[in-house]
Design a protein around this ligand. Structure first.
Ligand code: CP3
Length: 342
């Protein structure tokens, strides 16, 4: 039904002419048309207005030609729906005036009716699907429960999310209650996204790599596995964990259709750790898009040679940086599209 189904075929592990390509955080940031909209509407207005969200989602499809679209939204709309006030401060990022710091605070967090609180996301998906006209698949997403907890407790971005870790290790019972509430909400939220029409789901565990391998199991993976279990029979799920190479073996046995890897793990190690059968996605260093278009093309081709063209989705290892020139992002996408197996 979808005209360019390379991405969906790679998720199924089918043989493809060339790997599909998309870029994490491709909707917005580095695109001049997005910056124009940003001057007129604040961040959550862009998320909450289906016309704006659909327009931003389709920009990278029209302007750089990626093989999949990812809905313009944010992982933090989920905790907002759980009764937490979250601001997006220009130049700063997420800011929570009242972060979660005690077991009592956890009691105030609700598991909402997602259709009531997040209906605007479903409307944005339906409108985006209309606009995409089945040209490319649409990816829906959510943050991992651990990554959401990081923001809920820390109250803002951080290099090490020390307050989040302190809360987990001093108040493990309350932390587990909080993680389970986020998990239950996320499962309902993602089931709604599937109903609204997305073609695949990605879980972003952006801060999973801050945990030790043992704590990763207890505070992050356990909950991601619940989400995969709840969704895997309905839709392909991609699990992306930044810095989580140590968990690739377990992740490969989870029922996820694909695993995201960052640039600190080589293709050969990622294939080895994940058992060689599952589709992998990644892992170009986003900062490497500062190189010349010529260098970018050479390195991208090399990356595909290393991963192999099948069971592979070309992507960055984390989100695209805001000041990357569009022509450099274009060089990355073009290199994948021009790939010829040797
Ligand atoms: O991939 C896409 O382009 C789709 C849209 C998308 C956004 N955020 C839009 C956004 C997605 C998939 C996200 C996920 C997200 N949001 C993550 C996980 C992925 C990652 O990069 O680690 C995280 C941790 C967040 C939380 C968040 N949102 C932060 C830390 C910030 C501020 C810093 C930044 O990245 O710019 C945001 C704001 C945000 N979310 C912007 C965009 C386009 C930039 C702010 C703006 O446009 O006003």
């Amino acid at each position: 039904m979808i005209k360019n189904d390379l991405f969906l075929r790679a998720l199924k592990g089918e043989t493809v002419e060339r790997p599909p390509v998309w870029m994490m955080r491709q909707a917005g940031r580095y695109l001049p048309d997005f910056m124009k909209l940003k001057e007129k509407y604040d961040f959550f207005t862009r998320c909450r207005t289906p016309e704006l969200a659909a327009e931003i989602t389709t920009m990278p499809i029209e302007q750089v030609g990626t093989d999949a679209a990812i809905l313009f939204s944010d992982i933090l709309v989920v905790p907002q729906a759980m009764n937490v006030e979250i601001e997006m401060r220009p130049g700063v990022g997420p800011f929570l005036p009242n972060p979660v710091r005690s077991p009592l605070d956890v009691n105030d967090i609700i598991v909402p009716d997602v259709y009531e609180e997040l209906g605007y996301v479903y409307d944005a998906i339906k409108l985006t699907k209309e606009r995409l006209n089945d040209e490319v698949p649409l990816i829906g997403f959510a943050g991992s429960p651990w990554t959401i907890l990081c923001y809920l407790v820390q109250g803002q971005g951080s290099k090490n999310f020390d307050k989040a870790k302190e809360f987990c290790f001093k108040r493990p019972d309350a932390a587990q209650v909080l993680l389970q509430k986020i998990t239950d909400t996320t499962i309902a939220y993602l089931k709604g996204k599937v109903k609204a029409g997305v073609d695949a789901i990605q879980i972003f565990d952006s801060w999973g790599g801050l945990l030790s391998p043992t704590d990763y199991q207890t505070y992050s993976w356990k909950y991601i596995q619940q989400i995969i279990d709840a969704l895997k029979d309905e839709i392909p799920v991609i699990a992306y964990g930044k810095g989580c190479w140590f968990a690739l073996k377990e992740m490969s046995q989870s029922g996820a259709a694909a695993l995201g890897v960052d640039w600190t793990c080589s293709a050969i190690n990622a294939r080895y750790l994940s058992g060689g059968q599952i589709t992998l996605q990644g892992n170009f260093d986003p900062s490497r898009l500062y190189s010349t278009p010529q260098e970018i093309k050479k390195m991208t081709t090399q990356m595909i040679d290393e991963f192999g063209k099948d069971r592979y989705i070309a992507n960055l290892g984390h989100g695209i940086l805001p000041d990357i020139p569009v022509r450099n992002a274009q060089a990355f996408v073009d290199a994948v599209k021009e790939y010829k197996p040797r």
